[in-house]
Design a protein around this ligand. Structure first.
Ligand SMILES: [Cu+2]
Length: 148
């Protein structure tokens, strides 16, 4: 349950099934997650649950602007205004820390309203090896479903 979210009745709720990205390798092969994206006239709530991640690690997740089949999976960050800058006032971010069993839950309320470019949720690797960059540091991806 989200408390302190946008409103009682979302206009649209979309479910997201997150699967491991192959490039993340063995360490995340069993990672899974699910999320709900609720759209309101005045913003967006996201609830995320993950398991099978590294123990007691920090992760970041974002809403992205391409589907998971895109290369790289999820493309770039979704931006409410594509011409404006990065950061939480134009993007939707979730920061979380896993428990000792590799699970975590995270939720966020953003004042940014959804639009069609909201295609996926990407969970980035907690620790980025030297030979990876933001395009290849992805642990999980899930397409934002179109169901109403
Ligand atoms: Cu991202």
């Amino acid at each position: 349950m989200i408390t302190g979210g946008c409103a009682d009745d979302p206009e649209v709720s979309r479910h997201v099934d997150l699967q491991p990205i192959e490039a993340a390798g063995e360490s995340h092969a069993d990672a899974r997650g699910s999320a709900v994206v609720r759209s309101f006239a005045r913003g967006t709530d996201v609830e995320l649950e993950v398991e099978g991640l590294l123990e007691s690690e920090a992760y970041v997740a974002h809403i992205h602007n391409q589907p998971c089949q895109h290369d790289p999976p999820g493309g770039d960050h979704w931006k409410r205004d594509p011409d404006a800058g990065e950061g939480a006032d134009n993007e939707i971010h979730l920061n979380f820390h896993t428990f000792a069993d590799g699970t975590a839950q995270s939720s966020t309320h953003s004042g940014l309203e959804a639009h069609e470019d909201m295609k996926s949720i990407v969970v980035h690797l907690a620790t980025v090896p030297d030979d990876l960059d933001m395009k290849t540091d992805r642990a999980l991806c899930g397409d934002v479903g179109g169901d109403r």
